[in-house]
Write a protein that binds this ligand. Structure first.
Ligand SMILES: *[C@@H]1O[C@H](CO)[C@@H](O)[C@H](O)[C@H]1NC(C)=O
Ligand SMILES: *[C@@H]1O[C@H](CO)[C@@H](O)[C@H](O)[C@H]1NC(C)=O
Ligand SMILES: *[C@@H]1O[C@H](CO)[C@@H](O)[C@H](O)[C@H]1NC(C)=O
Length: 391
């Protein structure tokens, strides 16, 4: 325990500095892997393993990694896209864990935009820095790697499109070593074009029992196919996040800094919704409810601290209708001084450290378990969850 505190103390400053910088810019975050001692992949895996007993995360003993058997193995990861969203980021985390135990890891992004994309560029640089090879989705090299690989991980149901398109007649040689990681539950994923090879892969890995049951039922009912051997593997929190969550000094400094930058006072009440801004995530309802609360407080002359709302996950570049609607709503209702938009970011810890309540308001059947829920719980925050979620 003592040894651990010393290690933490040593790490605290670089970590906090890092977090500071990350508040103002997304891109700086991508430099995090260079700071390799605050990002030990072995420990991240231990953190993930100990998700059931969060209290044990802090004192995970140094020892052999349970992933050691993957040393020198060739792993091909096929992601349907590369973006700052849950699926690709989880796969990237796994890539780094495998690099940490000496696996050779090759990454393929199936859906690649035509024009230059700064986020993709940064995420790829981050992978290259950590020794993950990045290959084009199509071509001889992709096929060769798939044939040679000891394990092929397909990430999300949609990644199934890659199999026939690229492997063609060789697909049957690869299927027996495919682990298919499925996070989603939306009805439109149950398409033959995506999942027809599912019965023939080595295994499916699914984030929750609810989602696994749903897949089992839907594949059978709507496609007449059988799920392969299915493993339910719950998501865990990363070691980096847990370190901040358990460091009261770091949390306090981050809280002060974020609040100051937003113009939120220490005793104001700050509600947050932290998801990519999109229709399914319920940011609109969150803001309507927030506005309604402000009205109620005024009408009833309630004596309450000032309420603020923060929406982390904004992306003005995407020009989505939802984003425009949210901004318009805030302007029309003249609550700009109470509602704060923050760009999409990999580093949620500073925001978790600075808020009072997290609202997880994803709407609709297709929305699956969002890791932000357990990340907020690690920060001992009250989390308001809407019942349609797979939780
Ligand atoms: C947020 O994103 C917008 C558009 O992508 C950009 O113009 C702005 O500078 C970003 N804000 C911060 C604080 O990075
Ligand atoms: C990560 O931590 C483990 C256990 O503390 C240690 O054995 C290993 O050498 C570290 N790896 C790196 C890359 O620092
Ligand atoms: C299974 O799928 C059918 C048809 O899609 C649906 O009517 C039924 O409610 C589902 N059952 C469960 C337990 O999800």
């Amino acid at each position: 325990m003592a040894k651990h505190s010393v290690a933490l103390a040593k790490k605290r400053w670089p970590l906090m500095l890092l977090a500071f910088i990350s508040i103002s810019t997304v891109m700086i975050l991508f430099m995090r892997p260079n700071n390799s001692d605050s990002c030990n992949t072995t420990k991240t895996f231990e953190a993930q393993q100990s998700q059931i007993h969060p209290s044990s995360v802090g004192n995970a003993p140094a020892g052999p990694s349970p992933l050691d058997f993957m040393k020198s193995k060739l792993v091909l990861m096929v992601s349907h896209e590369l973006s700052l969203s849950g699926g690709p980021l989880l796969l990237m985390e796994l890539a780094f864990l495998l690099r940490g135990v000496g696996s050779d890891v090759v990454w393929i992004t199936n859906q690649y935009p035509a024009e230059h994309d700064q986020v993709i560029y940064s995420l790829e640089s981050k992978m290259l820095d950590r020794g993950v090879q990045v290959l084009p989705a199509k071509g001889e090299k992709a096929v060769d790697t798939a044939l040679k690989a000891d394990l092929v991980i397909l990430n999300t149901a949609v990644a199934g499109k890659w199999l026939d398109a690229v492997l063609k007649e060789k697909v049957t040689l690869v299927l027996p070593k495919v682990l298919w990681w499925i996070h989603e539950m939306r009805g439109h994923y149950f398409k033959e074009a995506y999942v027809k090879h599912l019965p023939f892969v080595a295994g499916a890995m699914i984030d929750s029992h609810t989602t696994a049951e749903y897949w089992k039922n839907r594949t059978k009912e709507s496609l007449g196919i059988k799920m392969p051997e299915t493993y339910v593997v719950h998501l865990g929190n990363s070691k980096e996040l847990m370190e901040v969550a358990e460091d009261s000094v770091a949390k306090r400094v981050l809280r002060e800094h974020v609040r100051e930058s937003l113009g939120v006072r220490n005793d104001d009440l700050l509600f947050a919704i932290i998801n990519s801004v999109s229709r399914g995530k319920g940011q609109d309802l969150f803001l309507y409810a927030f506005h309604k609360s402000l009205q109620l407080i005024q009408e009833k002359k309630l004596k309450l601290p000032s309420l603020h709302a923060i929406v982390v996950g904004s992306d003005m570049n995407a020009h989505t209708k939802v984003e425009m609607e949210l901004r318009k709503f805030v302007t029309e209702k003249k609550i700009q001084d109470r509602v704060h938009f923050v760009n999409k970011t990999l580093a949620v810890a500073p925001y978790l450290a600075s808020i009072d309540v997290l609202v997880q308001n994803s709407q609709g059947r297709g929305e699956c378990f969002g890791r932000i829920t357990i990340e907020a719980m690690a920060f001992r925050l009250p989390v308001l969850v809407c019942p349609s979620l797979d939780i």
